[in-house]
Write a protein that binds this ligand. Structure first.
Ligand SMILES: [Zn+2]
Length: 131
């Protein structure tokens, strides 16, 4: 098994809201500018909505104007997995939770310094723990 947290689709369906399930388990995307955490500026940690793994810090969140919470790096390099995604006729890199394999969003090479990366993450894939 690739991931530490493994649950059946039935279990995930029971535990997650329909929107979380659609995004985390079926690789969906929330509509731009609709996510609960897009305009969150509080200090704290963003954890996986499915398994609670800490994924991003508020210190690396920035205003990308994209409509989704954007970070220039994960909490730790190994906090997230990356996979090639050629769906929808695009060549993108998918970002997944390294602990449960939940779909988080995508990473693009147009972010700010120091990494030059933009982790474009669905609000529904995250829960915020205020400091
Ligand atoms: Zn997770």
């Amino acid at each position: 098994m690739k991931y530490e947290v493994n649950k059946s689709e039935e279990e995930w369906k029971r535990e997650l809201t329909p929107e979380e399930y659609r995004i985390l388990r079926q690789k969906g995307t929330e509509r731009a500018f609709t996510g609960a955490l897009y305009n969150n500026h509080d200090k704290g940690t963003y954890v996986c909505a499915a398994c609670g793994e800490p994924l991003f810090s508020s210190e690396t969140k920035y205003e990308s104007g994209s409509g989704w919470p954007s970070f220039y790096q994960p909490l730790k390099k190994e906090s997230v997995d990356r996979e090639e995604d050629r769906s929808h006729g695009m060549d993108r890199t998918e970002v997944l939770c390294s602990k449960c394999g939940g779909h988080l969003g995508h990473v693009f090479p147009d972010g700010p310094k120091p990494t030059g990366l933009r982790y474009c993450i669905n609000s529904a894939s995250l829960k915020f723990k205020k400091e």
